[in-house]
Design a binder for this molecule. Structure first.
Ligand code: GAP
Length: 452
């Protein structure tokens, strides 16, 4: 399926809508509809289960989006969170110089170049503008990616605050609070799910690159020396998380970074094979003790850990593993979407992991006139345990098709047998096989299937 078809699919079935659509839309903003919101929440729950619930010494926080401006000075974002931009003097198209070089060379060599190297390469090789094909560009200018706003009544520079461009700092500034309140010993982890904002100059590809997005971030604080094994562990744990969610391994790959940020010791992305090419959905980084040391320097508060075994004091290393929630949802949609020929028809089916499916069961009265009362009773009963939908409109075949297209795990048909024998028919989304089971077994049967 190509991107345009996915955008239409998501809109038609209530997964994702264009942002502010009745006003003509706001470029690169997207609103999650009823089914997209459910899917996104289920991904968050899956992450919470694997990263918080199932891991010893792992804690979730929910830090504010607005943080003290010094946080962003300490993190380095104020001075250096920017993209190298150039404008085509012929057609005025604005592009990222590093992306232009990468597209031209077919590798990631642009990532390793500074601004002077980028423009020299572009001019020496007559790299063409992707829009008009000419090669006549301005010098590189650094474009700031953080959104800022003013706090209070004055508009001076002292009142500038930022919308966070990543979640991570919320975890770092709460390192001491979590460690003390939860009585943590190293290693321990702090995770957070939340919005981040970046003034991306070249957003696009649906929800892949937007200006407002959600991240599921995870920082593991450990002793120097244990950092590389911890980094390796989370690289593999991340890939397993994605395959556990049902993403095909063939559509995933690691991309180890050649050019490392000055503070990073090791870094790697997990990429998914989107229709436009491989794209990063997760980043795992060995950030050494750079962030905590910087916060120690800028806040004047010690971030040292007193090792109870050795009595040594040191600033812990941090292994960060960040999952882009919107990109993960997009990858899941592409991976789950199938078109299958059945007789002279084609069915669309979203083979999402049952845990992720927006609805687990669709309750369908066979004949509205005779079976809807009982079907509504069943809906009320099942919806206490999991997300259930109710649909009495149209032929049973059409209702199956809609349930398949939105990934509903089972279609439950209510017919005369239900009224007479208290049995129902359950149709499996993936195999389309039907079984008849007693109504009072449905809840356990479905709950077993939707475990993660
Ligand atoms: N704290 C580390 C950090 O933020 P990042 O690689 O800049 O690292 C992490 O971002 C993840 O956030 C990426 O792997 C991606 O999934 C997601 N992400 C980054 N920028 C995004 C954007 N503009 N739109 C959607 N998702 C984005």
């Amino acid at each position: 399926m190509d991107m345009e078809k996915m955008v239409n699919f998501c809109k038609n079935y209530g997964f994702i809508f264009p942002g502010s659509e009745i006003y003509g839309g706001l470029a690169n903003t997207w609103d999650y509809g009823p089914l997209g919101t459910r899917l996104k929440n289920n991904v968050k729950d899956a992450w919470r289960k694997r990263f918080i619930q199932e891991r010893i010494s792992a804690y979730e926080v929910d830090a504010d989006i607005l943080m003290h401006p010094r946080v962003w000075e300490a993190s380095g974002h104020v001075s250096s969170f920017s993209d190298p931009l150039i404008d085509c003097k012929e057609c005025k198209m604005r592009v990222r110089a590093d992306n232009l070089v990468n597209d031209f060379t077919g590798d990631s060599s642009g990532d390793a170049m500074n601004d002077d190297e980028l423009i020299s390469f572009i001019r020496d090789n007559n790299v063409p503008c992707p829009n008009c094909g000419k090669s006549n560009f301005t010098d590189v200018r650094e474009f700031k990616l953080m959104f800022d706003t003013k706090r209070g009544v004055t508009n001076d520079s002292k009142s500038t605050i930022y919308l966070r461009p990543e979640n991570a700092q919320g975890e770092y500034v709460n390192f001491l609070n979590v460690m003390r309140s939860m009585r943590c010993k190293l290693p321990f982890s702090i995770g957070q799910i939340g919005k981040a904002f970046r003034n991306e100059i070249t957003p696009g590809n649906f929800t892949f690159r937007t200006i407002e997005f959600e991240q599921m971030e995870y920082q593991t604080f450990c002793k120097e020396g244990d950092d590389s094994s911890t980094y390796k562990f989370f690289k593999d744990y991340g890939k397993k998380f994605y395959t556990d969610l049902g993403i095909s391994e063939d559509n995933l790959r690691f991309h180890d970074h050649e050019k490392l940020a000055h503070y990073a010791k090791e870094a790697c992305d997990i990429e998914y094979k989107f229709p436009f090419g491989w794209g990063e959905i997760n980043g795992t980084h060995n950030r050494t003790n750079f962030d905590l040391k910087r916060h120690m320097e800028y806040s004047g508060i010690s971030m040292e850990y007193l090792d109870p075994l050795t009595n040594e004091k040191y600033v812990p290393f941090v292994i960060e593993s960040t999952y882009g929630l919107d990109r993960t949802v997009l990858a899941l949609l592409f991976d789950a979407y199938h078109e299958e020929k059945i007789e002279d028809d084609t069915r669309e089916v979203l083979k999402l992991h049952p845990f992720l499916a927006p609805f687990k069961v669709a309750v369908l009265p066979l004949a509205k006139k005779y079976h809807s009362e009982k079907a509504k009773e069943i809906y009320e009963m099942l919806s206490k345990s999991f997300m259930t939908s109710y649909d009495e409109a149209g032929s049973i075949g059409k209702r199956y098709r809609r349930a398949d297209a939105i990934g509903t795990v089972y279609s439950l048909t209510v017919d005369d047998n239900t009224l007479n024998n208290n049995t129902v028919t359950l149709r499996d989304r993936d195999t389309m096989k039907q079984i008849t089971i007693p109504l009072d077994e449905v809840k356990n049967y479905v709950e077993e299937k939707i475990k993660f």
